[in-house]
Design a protein around this ligand. Structure first.
Ligand SMILES: C[S@@+](CC[C@H](N)C(=O)[O-])C[C@H]1O[C@@H](n2cnc3c(N)ncnc32)[C@H](O)[C@@H]1O
Length: 256
């Protein structure tokens, strides 16, 4: 096995850029309900790449694993996380009822090893939340910063790939994003484009760290101009009154 200290903690440095993540990336209760339903009646739940604790079910026993010290420091004091990596889970075979991995698999240094570890330690469902790169073109942000979504697509495994590796019986569920989504991922602002002009909002979206600063500056300039001229509203204005949006967000649920 690879020694834990040889595994990278992802392709984004949360120890440098992760401060304030918890304030800006608050779990959305409607998306959370979907995650919790997918966990079934599990009493013990492993959360890998657990970050600050978003989407953890508070009514079950949660074992949280998180490599970044900056992320662990943002967790509630009564819900600490163990230092560890998906690729080498410090747990026995079949020792938890269910597992979850939320917005994290695209960062793992060795995806196959991490997915195999999840399956090894989990008796029941594994729930992965991730973006489906095949549908990134549904997001208007793609029109303003195509480089952003193509960089993201390079980091993102296909949903079928994930489904195949986490269970014999797997399903891929589309996650409807509510208009007033409290989380801060890219498509959370599908109908509130002005929010994407806030630097703090973009800071909590790791995708911007994978494109040149010029792309972000051009995005802000073009979006500001189109919002002022009404061009954004001409093209996408219908999204301002749309209650939910089915874009790229997916739950991949794998059962043994
Ligand atoms: C975008 S954050 C998501 C955090 C949390 N799951 C959430 O939904 O808010 C991705 C997390 O994956 C963690 N991560 C990166 N590489 C990892 C690995 N190899 N094993 C476990 N976690 C990893 C990062 O440190 C980071 O906390």
């Amino acid at each position: 096995m690879t020694p834990a200290n040889a595994i990278r903690g992802g392709d984004f440095d949360y120890d440098t850029h992760g401060g304030g993540y918890a304030q800006r990336r608050r779990p959305d209760p409607r998306i959370e309900a979907m995650v919790h339903a997918a966990l079934g009646d599990a009493k013990t739940v492993l959360n890998v790449g657990a970050g600050a604790g978003s989407y953890e079910p508070l009514d079950r026993r949660v074992i949280a694993i998180e490599p970044s010290a900056a992320m662990r420091a943002q967790r509630p004091p009564d819900r600490p996380a163990i230092i560890g990596f998906a690729e080498q889970l410090p747990l026995d075979d079949q020792s938890v009822d269910a597992a979850m991995a939320i917005y994290t698999v695209h960062q793992w240094a060795d995806l196959d090893a991490g997915l195999a570890e999840l399956r090894r330690v989990t008796r029941g469902p594994i729930v992965i939340m991730a973006g489906d790169a095949d549908t990134f073109d549904r997001l208007w942000i793609t029109d303003y910063a195509p480089e952003l979504l193509s960089a993201e697509a390079k980091r993102t495994p296909s949903m079928a790939y994930l489904a195949e590796r986490i269970g014999a019986r797997s399903e891929i569920l589309s996650v409807p994003v509510p208009f007033d989504c409290t989380d801060g991922f890219l498509e959370a602002f599908y109908g509130r484009p002005e929010r994407m002009l806030e630097p703090q909002v973009r800071q909590a979206q790791s995708s911007w760290g994978f494109v040149d600063a010029g792309v972000e500056a051009r995005f802000v300039e073009a979006l500001s101009k189109d919002l002022a001229s009404g061009r954004w509203d001409e093209r996408y204005g219908h999204l301002r009154t749309q209650a939910t949006f089915e874009g790229a967000l997916r739950l991949v649920v794998g059962r043994p």
